[in-house]
Design a protein around this ligand. Sequence first.
Ligand SMILES: [Zn+2]
Ligand SMILES: [Zn+2]
Length: 344
Amino acid sequence: MFALQKYAVGEGNVRLTEVERPKPGSKDALIKVKACGICGTDIHIYKDDAFPFKPPVILGHEASGVIEELGADVDGLSIGDPVISETYYYTCGECVYCKTGRANLCEARYSIGSGADGAMAEYVKVPAKNLHLIPKNISFVEAALTEPLTCCVHAVFEKATLKPSDTVLLSGPGAIGLLCLQVVKLFGCRVVVTGTKKDEERLEIARELGADLTLYAEDSDTLRRVREFHGGPATAFECSGAVPATEFCLETLPKGGRYVQIGLPAAPTPVDLNSVALKELTITGAFATKPIWWLKTIDLMSEGKINLKRAITDIYKLSDWEKGFQDHISGKGVKHVFDIELGL
Ligand SMILES: [Zn+2]
Ligand SMILES: [Zn+2]
């Protein structure tokens, strides 16, 4: 089968290659992949700058497809079922994090696309317990956004305490930002989205998806305008990972505000702890997701509460992976997805 493989450590070292089709174990499923999203994690592995991985490894964890084969000990699923897969290939089940439902923090955890072969390929092997049926109203390409949406649901539902009267600041209108925006809007909050001048198209989509105000981070009056917008933000979600964005969010937050880091900063970020103390700010982070949020996310998708389609701007054949990766890196478009059914 064909597969997009990171074959060695170091920058680049990714190739489209022919590999053996995986054989499912007794508790596994073999998925014929239909679509796979390009995530920031794939780009970090491509650049080898922040995220651990075990080469050679097939990239991609935002997968949808149909069941091609099932192990002998798998119940409740059938060949041909349309499915999405949770990404954790292995968690220990024994540590304090696993035992308290926080498998995202398990030290032994590894995932498809980094620690085990992923879904930028014709087939991917996953533990059958990780699979969920795709709601009927959701296409395979849209379903590839389930995993990033689960991360946003985790961040917004668990790491914040939103009230309908709140104003929320969301920095970074990429795929995660635009999905978080929609999850925040479920709480009835007003949302201000900030981006840079090159985010013009993304900010327009943010307005279509319910942003009440969009502003450019470079403009000199942006800080004042965010602070004055309905009393300023009670919570800021930083989705870009950009160092200046963190400073901006913390400076904007009024007393008692909450800051949630979602984007992974590529560089150490200075934080003015003096103002954190004086303003009694709460700073927290959200990393990946927990199994429980998959169910909630799929409910939201099947109820039509999240517009996944509008966040997908570019669809590629897997053989055009270099263009897809470069578009992601340059910030062109929002969500980039491989449609594996298009073939090579
Ligand atoms: Zn992802
Ligand atoms: Zn564990």
